[in-house]
Design a protein around this ligand. Sequence first.
Ligand code: NI
Length: 250
Amino acid sequence: MLLQMQTWAEVERYLATSNAVIVPIGSTEQHGPNGLIGTDALCGEYFAKGAGELAGAMVAPTINVGMAQHHMAFTGSMTLKPTTLILVIKEWVASLAHHGFEKFFFVNGHGGNIATINAAFQELYADESLAKGGNRPGVLCRLRNWWDGPKVNALIKELFADQDGSHATCSEVSVTQHLFPDAIKQAPDMGPPSPHRGPWANADDYRRKFPDGRIGAHSYLANPQAGKRIYDCGIAEIAEDYRKFVAEPR
Ligand code: NI
């Protein structure tokens, strides 16, 4: 159930039955020789949509540009600074909280967003804690990276062992190949990834260490069949975690 596809009266009726919402968040950044620039935004959005359908949850619009400063030496990448992304997350939540949503389940597609999402949650809680008469339940926010579930983790290990990597992963490229078969890119000559694993600092430093953008990923192994298995397994696990989150007492 996508918020954008409802009328205001339908959202009002949903709020009479649930105060929880799923918020997809991702990033628009290079994903190596055969990964789409939208990989993380698309994964965040489609894992959220699929889980939302299984759980009967409302799904908010996607925050599709994230904290990706380290990818800016690759053409087409976009970033928000951490301070900007914190404000975006806070105002996404504040807009929906204004109408009565209280529980926010973020489905994230980008590891580089994690620190900033957690900082934004603490900013939201701090505003409430410091408000006059703040001793009352406020919003409750939860971060769920799409790859975090034990079942999806085991499946990725089974499919790609230690070749999945940590950026432009075989698994995320496979998921987008399953979701968008018309946009599958061929890059047969990419070879093995750079031996570096991290850490990195700014965008130039990242590009020097990871010249084609990948971190530890043998992304040429990606395939849409694997993507379908990962997607189906992932949405079931995310929906289960969402239901537990909704049932948590306040
Ligand atoms: Ni990614």
